[in-house]
Design a protein around this ligand. Structure first.
Ligand code: AMP
Length: 187
């Protein structure tokens, strides 16, 4: 299965991507994780994006296109994948469509985790990470609303959106995600 997991910062995307990856036996590909690793390892990519990342803004679309294209070309992504944190802009959504055409592959669905904003704020404040300072969190939520939220309509118009209520227990959300894909836990 080729899936996108869409949702605001704090919506539980990362957690659910990992759980789904295990259930479906496909890799969870977190662009945020990949970028944080590049920064930690001080690679040329890491050096280039360090500033942008720590401000809560988005890395430019061209760079993201390269990162994702390279990652999806790896052997383990051949049988499917879950994209966590990409696409995040309309340009990236078009970019992904192009990458998939090149792979002669199609998306099976876009799982959209819906969580009220007040809950998001509470959840992110509860996490401890360098890029989780309160002003950075606000910036990340603003960037989400402006640049990523339009993807909900984009995928809806294409008949690919699978909305899931993300404001409940982790296990219940996983069950609902699998159900939306026509699967059951442990199947
Ligand atoms: P995340 O862990 O998904 O919340 O991502 C952490 C940070 O990495 C974001 O705030 C962005 O700066 C950057 N990032 C991750 N994925 C993308 C993307 N698809 N496009 C642009 N920037 C991204």
């Amino acid at each position: 299965m080729r899936l996108v997991l869409l949702g605001a910062p704090g919506s539980g995307k990362g957690t659910q991507a990992a759980l789904l990856a295990e259930e479906l036996d496909i890799p969870a590909i977190s662009t945020g994780e990949m970028l944080r690793e590049a920064v930690a390892a001080a690679t040329p990519l890491g050096e280039k994006i360090k500033q942008v990342m720590s401000s809560g803004d988005l890395v430019d679309d061209a760079t993201m296109g390269e990162v994702v294209r390279d990652r999806l070309a790896k052997e383990d992504a051949r049988g499917g994948f879950i994209l966590d944190g990409y696409p995040r802009t309309l340009a990236q959504a078009d970019q992904l469509a192009e990458i998939l055409v090149g792979m002669e592959a199609e998306l099976d669905g876009v799982l959209y985790l819906e969580v009220p904003e007040a809950v998001l704020m509470e959840r992110i404040l509860g996490r401890q990470r360098a890029d989780d300072k309160e002003d950075v969190i606000r910036q990340r939520l603003l960037v989400y609303r402006r640049q990523t939220q339009p993807l909900v309509e984009y995928f809806e118009q294409r008949g690919q959106l699978l909305p899931i209520d993300g404001d409940r227990l982790i296990e219940q959300i996983t069950v609902a995600l699998l159900e939306a894909l026509g699967r059951k836990v442990g199947e």
